[in-house]
Design a protein around this ligand. Sequence first.
Ligand SMILES: O=P(O)(O)OC[C@H]1O[C@H](OP(=O)(O)OP(=O)(O)O)[C@H](O)[C@@H]1O
Ligand code: HPA
Length: 177
Amino acid sequence: MSLAPGNGPVQITPEQLRGRIHELAAKIREDHQGEEPHLICILNGAFMFFTDLVKALDMPCTLDFMQTSSYGNAKQSSGEVKLVKDLQFPISGKHVILVDDIIDTGITMNYLLHYLQGRGPASLKVASLLSKPSRRKVEVPVEYLGFTIPDAFVYGYGLDRAQFDRNLPFITSQGDD
Ligand SMILES: O=P(O)(O)OC[C@H]1O[C@H](OP(=O)(O)OP(=O)(O)O)[C@H](O)[C@@H]1O
Ligand code: HPA
């Protein structure tokens, strides 16, 4: 689903988020019939998306949490990914889905895919609520994508503006694009 540029600020309502997340959950369920997918939340930004996605999934699955940081309080990637928290559980032989809030430059997800591929997952896929392809520095595959957005700094629903506004129930770029 694409939000076209040139129509003012990005606005994604709670209803749009709920509807799209249920569609992504249905696709994950369909693709993983007879399997027990292992979903990994990339903290902090993905916490709301992850919670709503796994609640909508309605199938046996296991969960784990990782934390990376590359923006700090800035609006541009530092280009360097810091691993703040590693996984608790092994992923060898598991059908892993990495869940993040946004693929912007792609640097974070590219780092994670390389880092985790070496741990022998049966499969390794990516779910991201948002993608900003105009900012991409590294191409990464995204099997489950919520919304494609234009080149604007967005916040809310887990995404922060210098750590604030993660608790908004919607996504916007109002005042920041
Ligand atoms: O594609 P990229 O340019 O790498 O940007 C995407 C990453 O940036 C944000 O994380 P951040 O490092 O800001 O940490 P946070 O999730 O705690 O906000 C976001 O949650 C993604 O993980
Ligand atoms: O547009 C953004 N907003 C908040 N955090 C982000 N991390 C990467 N891109 C963004």
